[in-house]
Design a protein around this ligand. Structure first.
Ligand code: HEC
Ligand code: HEC
Ligand code: HEC
Ligand code: HEC
Ligand code: HEC
Length: 222
């Protein structure tokens, strides 16, 4: 009898941990801890390899962390255009490039349907409601991300731009050519996509098909 109860307890704990990692991983961890990605990630734009602090945080989300000195900020997709024109043009043709515009012009019925699926009650325009805006922009409430005081800067981080997938790019933009790779996250896995493509917002999400349609063309490795 006792054994059974403790097994149930263990299972519940395992489930809680799995859920916590999903919720805390990206980029909610940065919003909640109010520290740059570089505190927990070896690459200041995020990515697989964690720092010592990141590993400690993974084991214990209540851990108080000392912020890393070199933190990258979101700069907006315009800043990527001059060096990555092919990816930029291809991205412009994807649904992500219009994610904010489509939210702003969505009809009342479509808005109500998503609000119901998300179990939220909107008090004003969807494009002004944090509950909606969070996934239709880049770097929501993170340094350099959406929104900004300056309207041109805000426009550059509206919609799902480059840095929504590759992480904040200020250090990558500034870095010398030989250091650029260390300052941006190249690998974008489907576990990144499902931070926004949840079962409520994107019930048809299927990794292979969505990767094919949702990611800009990637030229064959030179
Ligand atoms: C307080 C620590 C912390 C901060 C700050 C943080 N992360 Fe993370 N991040 C983690 C942990 C822990 C994981 C989970 C790693 C694992 O499961 O091995 C993770 C996972 C990720 C992943 C992998 C997601 C996936 O499943 O593919 C990405 C990408 C990522 N973070 C990006 C970022 C970016 C970008 C920022 C800054 C905006 C950031 N993180 C800030 C701790 C943090
Ligand atoms: C001044 C030119 C320049 C700007 C601006 C620039 N990049 Fe890059 N980027 C590069 C170069 C050069 C490389 C290749 C570095 C190498 O091969 O070592 C690169 C590589 C990358 C990679 C692949 C990294 C890898 O590990 O292979 C990604 C992803 C990337 N950039 C995203 C961005 C994003 C997002 C922005 C805007 C925030 C941006 N870049 C702005 C020059 C630039
Ligand atoms: C958790 C992230 C997330 C939140 C929060 C969110 N959305 Fe979205 N939204 C998405 C994703 C992802 C898609 C694309 C789904 C697909 O096509 O598979 C989408 C698509 C949409 C579309 C269809 C776009 C089109 O092509 O016309 C509308 C309309 C929309 N969302 C409105 C809203 C409204 C209104 C809210 C707030 C009540 C909201 N969203 C909150 C992630 C989100
Ligand atoms: C929806 C997520 C997403 C968005 C948005 C996005 N990318 Fe990517 N990007 C990817 C994926 C996935 C890859 C392929 C990574 C891999 O498998 O190596 C990639 C690869 C790249 C590479 C490496 C290409 C090469 O030839 O090696 C560059 C550079 C890049 N992206 C730049 C950009 C720029 C610039 C933007 C904005 C105009 C952007 N990305 C927007 C997901 C995204
Ligand atoms: C920051 C949130 C966010 C992230 C991260 C994200 N998406 Fe999206 N995605 C959206 C939103 C919002 C839309 C709806 C855009 C619209 O139509 O207005 C969308 C639309 C799409 C669509 C078009 C769906 C349709 O049927 O029209 C595809 C495909 C897609 N995303 C694939 C991906 C993939 C693959 C990734 C990961 C590599 C990814 N997305 C990462 C928010 C996100």
């Amino acid at each position: 009898m006792r054994r059974k109860i403790s097994l149930v307890g263990t299972l519940a704990a395992v489930v809680a941990v799995v859920v916590a990692v999903q919720v805390w991983a990206y980029p909610e961890s940065a919003r909640q801890t109010k520290t740059g990605c570089a505190t927990c990630h070896a690459n200041p734009a995020g990515g697989e390899k964690l720092t010592v602090a990141g590993t400690e945080y993974k084991a214990d989300h209540a851990k108080v962390l000392a912020a890393a000195a070199a933190a990258a900020e979101y700069v907006g997709g315009n800043k990527c255009k001059m060096c990555h024109i092919k990816e930029y043009k291809s991205w412009q043709e994807s649904a992500h490039a219009n994610a904010f515009g489509n939210l702003a012009k969505a009809d009342a019925k479509a808005i109500a349907a998503v609000a119901t699926a998300l179990k939220v009650e909107l008090k004003g325009a969807a494009s002004k409601s944090d509950a909606c805006v969070v996934c239709h922009v880049t770097g929501f409430h993170l340094p350099g991300g959406y929104p900004q005081a300056d309207s041109a800067k805000t426009a550059a981080v509206a919609s799902v731009s480059c840095e929504a997938c590759h992480g904040p790019g200020s250090l990558h933009v500034k870095a010398a050519k030989e250091d650029k790779k260390k300052m941006i996250a190249r690998a974008v896995s489907s576990s990144m996509c499902i931070q926004c493509h949840t079962t409520a917002t994107s019930p048809k999400f299927e990794s292979v098909d969505y990767m094919k349609r949702g990611v800009h063309a990637v030229p064959a490795a030179e």
